[in-house]
Each structure stands twice: as structure tokens, then as C-alpha cells.
Design a protein around this ligand. Sequence first.
Ligand code: FAD
Length: 405
Amino acid sequence: MSETAVVWFRDDLRVHDNETLAAAVEAADTVVPVYVFDEREHAGEGMFGLSKRGVQWGRFRREAVVDLRESLRERGGDLLVKDEVEREASVRDPVPAPEAVPTPEFGDAGESVPTLAELGHDPDAATVDDRGVLAFDGGESAAMDRLDAYVWEGDHLREYKETRNGLLGADYSSKFSAWLAHGCLSPRYVHAEVGRYEDERVSNQDTYWLVFELLWRDFFQFQFVKHGADFFDPNGIRDVEKEWRSGPEAREAFERWAAGETGIPFVDANMRELNRTGYMSNRGRQNVASFLADALAVDWRMGAGYFQARLVDYDVASNWGNWAYQAGVGNDSRDNYFNVLGQAERYDPGAEYVTHWLPELDGLPAEYAHRPWRLSEREQREYGVELDRDYRAPMLDLEARYDEL
Ligand code: FAD
């Protein structure tokens, strides 16, 4: 059978010293070279409201792609140039709910849905801490209420991209994930509602961004269809050998991470939120995953397994796909580590989030609330926060670690 390889050119717009191209030519009978222009990478909005790339960068890139195509043509090939897969993807309209569902008479309709205890859960653990962002009531009715509250009543969609990295409160992001994961809410319905909102209220980068995030969800679903069980391999879907710790010391480190007892407040606050509510923001998930897989080098699958056992919105593809990505064994081989301390100070500058979940640090100035190990003994007495009495001393010198990198 003849083999075809696809070579996706990104920042390697050349034929000389191009390992990927050379390997594809060596291994396959035919090669399909592809380049995809991404508008967002060009004039899309970057940090501080500046555009992501300048016109000179854009001009150079265009010329480089044209030149690459020429080089491939000289070698009897060609370059397939596309400008976003996304535009060509169509989303079908949601199917209306049937008016009536004719059902035969049941003798016993199974009125008694099994209790949590009968299903093997501890019912006492189901009580959600009222500090959580939302109650997350199960079911389609609650999904519709949430969509209505977030999109229409609250009118939050117009600022979604701006606020989605938030940490506190119901409305910094949609919180649709649990309903999507359980199938109580159709992603196509959300897509249609975004379209209606854009027609009736406003259409901007923020409204588009919710659809863009749903595309990530789809992306991971497709990746699972493609790679299947490889996502559960320590090296994920990549052929990279990483040294993951999984012995007794790693187990101990994992237990501290899981319990929110690392002594790194931003990690602990997020883990405690997860433990007490079943939810954690996307920003939090990325940081705690990075801390476990990167800073502690603990087998990332323990973290993914822990999320699986805790998340109200657990979804196999989104969870394992994001974890693998964060651990550098998923869809991106680049080092995806997060500077957790920098992230904490950027996304929680006043330390409101950290003290929300770690009230023992309440009253500390933000700098100390994020880095309590910097408190001198005198300051510990003054603020009434003694390390290893009121709050754990850090299990790792993160500052030294980030200085080294
Ligand atoms: P919003 O910001 O409002 O996004 C809208 C929807 O887009 C989400 O509900 C979700 O369906 C989708 N989405 C957003 N970001 C992502 C993403 N990175 N990957 C896939 N879909 C995304 N999401 C899950 O639904 N289930 C999981 O088990 C899960 N595990 C994760 C594990 C890790 C380590 C990380 C980094 C992310 C994980 N996510 C998971 C993705 C993301 O964190 C959540 O979907 C999001 O935080 C849910 O909150 P929201 O509905 O308010 O999101």
C-alpha cells in the first residue's frame, strides 16, 4: 500500500535542513506539504491591545510562503496553502426538541434513581462549598438557565475574551463545561446562540472567542479519535522520552499537591477549590498541571487521573488532551511550563483569590500572600501567620527554580 505523509510547515519555511520534510520524503511515497495562514497570528490582537504582528512581518511571511512553494515546485512538488480550516468548517443547525415523545406504559418506570451511596459515592462529599463559583446543578434545564443568565440576562458574552482568565465569581467565563461534558447542552446550540447574540446585540472578538474555545473542545475530541489510547501513555502521543517520577517520594509529593498543601498558595488555592467544588478555572488548571508535571516532574497521568476523579465537568478528551499538552507530551512539544508565581501575581494581583480559598493567609499583603516564605520570623509573628503552623512551608524553592530557567 502506498504511504502519504503530510508536512505541515509552520516556522520552518525552507527545504534545506528541514528534518520533517526530509523524513517524510524518506518514509512515504507521496508528500503533501501544507501551509496554513492564520489571520489571528497576523493582525489579531496581542498583549496591551497591540496587534500580534506587524505589516513587515506579514509581508515577509507571505514572500517566504511563495518562495517555499517555488522551491517545492522546482522539485516536482507543490504547496497546499490554506487560510484557516476553521472558516471551512460548518456547524449544522441544532435539531429542535420534539414536541411529544410517545412512550409505552411502563410497569415500573424506575422512579427511584439510585442514590449516590448506591452508586458507590460518599454522599457527604457531594456538598459544595458555598465559596464556589456556581452551584452546577445537573441537567438540561439548569444548562438553559445558565446560558440565559450568562449570555442574555447578564450580557457577559460581549466581554468573554477579556474576562475569561478570571478566578473568582460566576461570570468571568461561561461555566458551560459541566453541561457540555454530560451532554446536557449541545455545543451546536451554544454556537447558534452566539450567532443570535451577535445579530441582536454585538459581534466582536469576545463573542467569537467563545466559539474559538469550543473549537478546542472539538480539537481534543478529534485528537482522541486519531490517537486513541496513546493519550494514556506516559510519553503521550509524542515519541519523547521524559523521566517521570512515580515512586514513593513522588507519591508523597502528589499527595501534597492533591490536598492543596504544597505551600505554594496559588497551587493550593486552586486545588482546594477543586476539592471542595469539583471546578477549577482554566487558568488554575494550567498552573497546577504545570506545577505537578514540570516543577515536581511527577508522572502527569497521576494529575490527570486526580482531575478525572474530582472534576464536575470531567471529559476524557479535554482532560487527558490538556494534561498531555501541559506535560509536553501532547499536541505541542514546546516547553509549556508556567511560572506559577508570576502567573499568581499577574492574574491575582490583590491576592483575593488566594485568600478566598486560604483564609489563613488573609490579612497578609499580596506579595506575602503569594510568597509567604518571604516573611521574616518577626513578620510571621506580626501577621499571625507562622509557617508550618498556620500554613505549610513550601515543598520546593520555586523562586530558585525559575531563576535557573
Ligand atoms: P469557558 O472559558 O467559558 O469556555 C467555553 C467552553 O469551551 C468550555 O465549557 C469548554 O467546553 C471549552 N473549552 C474551553 N477551554 C478549553 C480547553 N482548553 N480545552 C478544551 N475545551 C475547552 N474541560 C472540560 O470540559 N473537561 C475537562 O475534563 C477538562 N480538563 C482540563 C484539564 C486541564 C489540565 C486543563 C488545562 C484544561 C481542562 N479543561 C477541561 C479545559 C478548560 O479548563 C475547561 O473547559 C474550562 O475551564 C471550563 O470552564 P468554562 O466552561 O467556564 O470555560
